[in-house]
Design a protein. Structure first.
Length: 238
């Protein structure tokens, strides 16, 4: 593959993210109208009475707590985890592993990355009352060796978008964090003009791996994403 082809592919990926962000913003009004305060149990009850083909649900509060081996939506970012400046209005939850992983991965999903070998999947897409969104996708590995492999692949995926030409959107340097039962690498994201625009984190707790990405943020501080990464890691490790 030539250098020009590589740059063109990355440009396509980012265009997809921009389109996704615009689409997410268009959903905000729909989510707010008639929104009710739903508990995790209430959302789960509603989902249970939908047709089996409905693989995802939208709520205005917590993602539904789903029964899954060693993994479920309760282990994903919840509404109370967002820091000041991010006001969530909707969450789309899925247990299929079919959500795109990150701005850098294009349309690659957790199911693609794991080749469908995870014992369980869970993902959430949060929208806010301002621009931006948060995506998280997690998988439970059958063995520690598999989890090691998937974690490494996620890190490589993120690092692929660190080294970019001047003026291009990119991820910054890696930072590590540790909580009881888990660890993570988080990376700030920058626009071509150098302003912070969110970030991404690769999470690991036992045989569970996840990637969480915030696009858009209410402050220019790159460490804003550290708080989101810490909250996500605590959830995954709980």
């Amino acid at each position: 593959m030539t250098e020009n082809q590589t740059v063109q592919q990355k440009s396509v990926r980012r265009n997809r993210l921009a389109a996704a962000a615009c689409f997410a913003a268009s959903l905000i009004t729909v989510s707010v109208v008639g929104a009710q305060s739903a508990t995790a149990d209430g959302a789960a009850h509603t989902a249970a009475h939908r047709p089996a083909a409905a693989a995802q649900s939208t709520t205005a509060a917590h993602p539904a707590a789903a029964a899954a081996p060693a993994l479920g939506s309760a282990r994903l970012v919840q509404s109370e985890d967002f820091r000041q400046g991010l006001n969530p209005v909707g969450a789309t939850v899925a247990l299929t592993g079919g959500q795109a992983l990150s701005a850098c991965s294009g349309e690659e999903t957790m199911r693609d990355l794991t080749k469908g070998q995870a014992t369980a999947y869970a993902s959430v897409n949060w929208t806010f009352d301002t621009k931006g969104m948060l995506m998280e996708s997690a998988a439970s590995a059958p063995t520690g060796i598999a989890a090691d492999t998937w974690e490494k692949q996620l890190v490589e995926l993120v690092q692929d978008c660190q080294d970019e030409p001047a003026g291009h959107w990119h991820y910054g340097a890696a930072h590590t964090l540790t909580v009881t039962g888990g660890n993570a690498r988080w990376y700030p994201a920058y626009n071509g003009d150098g302003t912070a625009t969110g970030g991404v984190a690769v999470l690991r707790s036992g045989t569970k791996v996840a990637i969480v990405e915030l696009s858009g943020q209410p402050t220019d501080a790159p460490t804003y994403v550290e708080g989101i990464a810490t909250a996500a890691l605590n959830r995954l490790s709980s």
